[in-house]
Design a protein around this ligand. Structure first.
Ligand code: SF4
Length: 163
C-alpha cells in the first residue's frame, strides 16, 4: 500500500502546470542528505483512487497531478496512473522518482517524469551540476488509448533560470 502525508498545490515542480502534489511516504531510497526525512516513515493516508478523487474535487483549477515518491510500490502507482488517465484525461500526470532510471515506470500514462536521487553536493533540479533530470513525455498518438511510442524531452534546464 502507498500512503501520502499531505497534498499541496505547487507551481514550479512541473513547469507551466498548476499541480496537486501528493507527498508519498515510505520512501525506500534513503538518499544521504535527504531534505524530506519525514517521508521515510510508513505513515499517512492510503493513496487510493477514492482519496485521490476527493482531493481533485477539493482543488478546482488544477492542470496536473504530481506524485512525489512512490518507489516503495511502483506497480501500484503504475496502476493508479492508468485509472487516473482514463478518469481525468484533461489532467496531466507527473512522477518524481528517487531512483536513477524509469525502467519500472509505465511512461504511457505520464506527462512528466523526474529521475535521480538527491545528492547534496550536486544539488536539486535547480542546480546546474545536478544529477537529477526531469522529462516531458510526448506520446506519438495522444488521444488514442493505444499509445505505443513515447519521446522524452529533457526540460531540466528550465529549472536553472530560477536561481
Ligand atoms: S527520494 Fe531521496 S530526497 Fe526524496 S524523500 Fe526519498 S530519500 Fe529523501
Amino acid at each position: 500500500m502507498l500512503k501520502y502525508t499531505n497534498t499541496e498545490i505547487v507551481f514550479q515542480e512541473f513547469p507551466d502546470e498548476t499541480t496537486l502534489a501528493f507527498n508519498i511516504s515510505g520512501c525506500p531510497v534513503h538518499c544521504k542528505g535527504c531534505h524530506s526525512k519525514w517521508l521515510w516513515e510508513d505513515t499517512g493516508t492510503a493513496l487510493t483512487i477514492p482519496n485521490i478523487n476527493k482531493e481533485i474535487k477539493l482543488h478546482e483549477g488544477i492542470t496536473c497531478i504530481g506524485f512525489m515518491g512512490g518507489d516503495n510500490d511502483r506497480d501500484l502507482l503504475n496502476a493508479i496512473l492508468i485509472i487516473l488517465k482514463h478518469e481525468h484525461p484533461e489532467l496531466k500526470l507527473g512522477w518524481y522518482t528517487g531512483l536513477d532510471n524509469y525502467n519500472q515506470i509505465n511512461l504511457n500514462y505520464l506527462d512528466y517524469v523526474k529521475i535521480g536521487p538527491y545528492i547534496k553536493e550536486l544539488g536539486g533540479l535547480n542546480n546546474r551540476n545536478t544529477n537529477q533530470r526531469i522529462y516531458k513525455i510526448i506520446h506519438n498518438n495522444k488521444g488514442n488509448s493505444d499509445i505505443n511510442k513515447n519521446y522524452l524531452v529533457d526540460i531540466t534546464e528550465r529549472f536553472w533560470n530560477r536561481v
